[in-house]
Design a protein around this ligand. Structure first.
Ligand SMILES: NC(=O)c1ccc[n+]([C@@H]2O[C@H](COP(=O)([O-])OP(=O)(O)OC[C@H]3O[C@@H](n4cnc5c(N)ncnc54)[C@H](O)[C@@H]3O)[C@@H](O)[C@H]2O)c1
Ligand SMILES: [Zn+2]
Ligand SMILES: [Zn+2]
Length: 403
């Protein structure tokens, strides 16, 4: 079958590989009909999330059709249309039973202390071959797959594999309450749906911060109040807009590839931090393979976290869903404690967060499909990655089609 394979930093190829097969009684094989490219995938190719094994199939967002099930898989049959949750979970361990499925004790083959197990990631997450392929092996299929009702199309379901639940989870981590003022850092697809989630969870006013114009325009279409960090200092803009108080809650949706402003007042402000940021890049990205404008690591890994702490009110809440390398150690802990902040962070508990969101989509109360800006055949996946990585105009979210 065809699959997108990680060969090294800056080196991904659409290869012919062996079809997956059932290896455990809890496995299923799914024929992938839609997969998607995520900002998380970019970290692995830029080198800002180390530990990838050569040969790992990339991708952790997909929907498809069950082809075959292992002997212990009881609730699913060949022919069922399913969402593949990005993170795998058993459904019966203590964490899963509390809904904390991203920290399932048994899914990660590296043991209970290893943390989240997701498709197409570095060695400490499995590694488990990913979903940007024609077929995939799904461990713990009974809990990792969610059946799709007939009135929800594959195109409507694909953002339920990772992005919409992650954004919803981010708003939950930020503890959004009715009337809250909220800042969302990052207006990529995760930030866009975090804006939608924040409003639906009761936020009053929502500010969105990014430096890419087309993404700010998309945020404005949702009536977020947009701040271009290349034109304004985002912390000052938020302080001005909140009468000097700061926002009640922040959703951080940038992660380790955060960039510093290239122009404007905030660019000057951080000029003196060049060495600190360079040291952070060296810490998080020991191996890189920059090719022209592609695969360039973010030049300020801790900056969005810094802005989150600075722009939130005293006793404010930060929900951090951007992915950060475990090797990154800088965080403004003094400023956070001095303001009595609450920080909650991590990987989405997909299996427990997604079902009510699928109901919203099935009921026609939320339509994720307009957030998909590109649809490309799997054959063109490498070119699609290059455009998405460069943030080419309009490239917010790419769905890959295999039929
Ligand atoms: N926690 C989870 O379960 C989970 C799931 C999916 C994605 N993620 C993470 O969420 C993050 C966003 O994903 P995405 O697909 O939207 O990625 P993306 O790369 O498309 O978007 C990131 C956005 O952040 C912007 N940005 C860069 N520096 C910034 C700064 N200093 N301040 C504000 N914005 C800045 C970029 O311009 C870009 O628009 C990534 O880190 C990804 O790994 C986490
Ligand atoms: Zn993703
Ligand atoms: Zn479990």
């Amino acid at each position: 079958m065809k699959a997108l394979v990680w060969h090294g930093e800056g080196d991904i190829r659409l290869d012919d590989v062996a079809d997956p097969s059932i290896q455990d009684a809890n496995d299923a094989i799914v024929r992938i009909t839609r997969s998607a490219i995520c900002g998380t995938d970019l970290h692995f190719i830029r080198g800002t999330m180390a530990g990838m094994h050569e040969g790992t199939i990339l991708g952790h967002e997909a929907v498809g059709v069950v082809e075959e099930v292992g002997a212990s898989v009881r609730g699913l049959s060949p022919g069922d249309r399913v969402i593949v949750c990005s993170t795998m979970s058993c459904g019966v361990c203590r964490y899963c039973r509390m809904g904390q499925t991203a920290q399932c004790d048994v899914a990660n083959p590296n043991g209970p202390a290893a943390g989240t197990c997701f498709f197409g990631g570095p060695a400490p997450t499995g590694p488990v071959d990913g979903l940007q392929a024609e077929y995939a092996r799904i461990p713990w299929a009974s809990n990792t797959l969610i059946p799709i009702p007939d009135n929800v199309s594959d195109d409507d379901a694909i953002l339920l594999s990772d992005i919409f639940p992650t954004a919803w989870f981010g708003a939950q981590l930020a503890g959004i309450r009715r009337g809250d003022t909220v800042a969302v850092y990052g207006a990529g697809i995760v930030g866009q749906l975090a804006i939608a989630a924040a409003y639906r969870q009761g936020a009053g006013r929502v500010w969105a911060v990014d430096g890419v114009q087309t993404r700010l325009v998309k945020a404005l279409e949702q009536n977020a109040e947009v701040i271009d960090f290349n034109a304004e200092d985002p912390v000052e803009a938020i302080m001005d807009a909140t009468m000097g108080v700061g926002v009640d809650a922040v959703i951080e949706a940038v992660g380790v590839d955060a960039q510093r402003p290239a122009r404007g007042p905030a660019a000057e402000k951080y000029a003196a931090r060049t060495e600190q940021f360079a040291a952070e890049v060296a810490q998080t990205a020991p191996e890189t393979n920059v090719q022209g404008e592609n695969w360039v690591p973010g030049n300020a890994p801790s900056l969005s976290a810094q802005w989150a702490v600075e722009s939130v009110a005293k006793y404010g809440r930060i929900g951090m869903i951007g992915v950060f390398s475990p090797d990154l150690t800088s965080f403004p802990i003094g400023a956070a404690t001095n303001k009595n902040l609450t920080l909650r962070a991590g990987n989405c508990d997909h299996r427990s967060v997604t079902p009510p969101l699928l109901d919203l989509v099935a009921a026609g109360l939320f339509d994720p499909a307009p957030f998909v800006t590109q649809r490309e055949p799997l054959d063109d996946v490498v070119d699609a990655y290059l455009s998405f990585d460069r943030r080419d105009e309009g490239w917010l979210k790419t769905v890959l089609t295999t039929e």
